[in-house]
Design a binder for this molecule. Structure first.
Ligand code: SF4
Ligand code: SF4
Length: 276
């Protein structure tokens, strides 16, 4: 089973607890207005627009396919900047075994892997295979997900995974739709399921006043899971870096707003709040 791999970071300390290899798969099922990796959202359509602008001659159009020569690439990201389709030509179609081979080179330095995206749960069979291989090497396996794939359909994947870092981007369906273009019923269903199955590694909430109803998210989680909330909740300050479109010029919340939000969450019964 193969999946389109956007990149593999050999050792990351920001994609879950401890040092981990982070694997980013290409393609997403929503389009967040504040996405800071918009080039991971779509698969390349082979339009060819990026090919001529490559200063290193690393791209070529073969029919409807763009090929990328990793050895020639100088990582200038010019191709990503000009792509009108929120895609990247720098994608490797890799089998779970091939990804594991790269992961295994990092074994002395990592305690696990985290697979992210895009939305990695669009490739459940690939994940199952990869996690099976990593488990065999004693690695923990985390999923970083937008929650838009129904985890109840993939019990084996959930069983193999040590936990899910789940985005809860907003609570009100209309707010969620404006932010992502989709409905959030399945996110809430996943939140409840992961909590019940003890697979909720972390809840992630991006905070941007006027765009995400993060206070409603905090109230909603208490309503669903009860207080105190022992799950780790990461309040992520919106940052405009990498964002395209209508929120590219939005201002990030200041320190005071984030600190007050964390304090308020604590009063509501959140016992493990992290500010990022
Ligand atoms: S990042 Fe893109 S444009 Fe730049 S050298 Fe690599 S393939 Fe070419
Ligand atoms: S990466 Fe984007 S610009 Fe380049 S061929 Fe694919 S869709 Fe077109």
């Amino acid at each position: 089973m193969k999946a389109p791999v956007n990149k593999i970071i050999p050792v990351s300390v920001v994609d879950g607890p401890g040092s981990r290899t982070a694997v980013f798969l290409q393609g997403c099922n929503i389009s967040c207005a504040y996405c800071h990796n918009p080039e991971t959202q779509k698969l390349c359509t082979g339009c060819g627009i990026c090919v001529d602008g490559c200063p290193a001659g690393a791209l070529a159009l073969n029919g409807k396919m763009v090929s990328w020569d990793e050895k020639k690439c100088v990582s200038c990201d010019r191709c990503i900047a000009v792509c009108p389709n929120y895609a990247s030509p720098k994608i490797r179609e890799m089998s779970a075994e091939e990804v594991y081979e790269e992961v295994s080179g990092n074994l002395p330095f990592i305690r696990g892997i985290t697979v992210s995206g895009g939305e990695c749960c669009l490739y459940p069979e690939f994940l199952k295979e990869l996690f099976g291989l990593c488990k065999g090497a004693g690695l923990s396996c985390l999923i970083d997900s937008n929650g838009m794939v129904d985890f109840s359909l993939y019990p084996e994947l959930l069983e193999l995974s040590d936990g899910v870092m789940l985005d809860v981007k907003s609570w009100d369906p209309e707010v969620y739709r404006r932010l992502t273009g989709a409905d959030n019923a399945v996110v809430k269903k996943n939140l409840e399921l992961l909590w019940r199955k003890n697979k909720l590694e972390e809840i992630r909430i991006v905070c941007l006043s006027g765009e995400s109803d993060y206070e409603e998210v905090l109230r909603g989680i208490v309503g669903l899971m009860g207080s105190p909330v022992t799950a780790r909740v990461r309040l992520i300050r919106f940052r405009p870096f990498g964002v395209r479109g209508r929120l590219s010029g939005a201002s990030e919340p200041d320190d005071r707003v984030m600190r007050e939000l964390a304090a308020w969450a604590g009063e509501m019964g959140y016992q493990n709040v992290v500010l990022t």
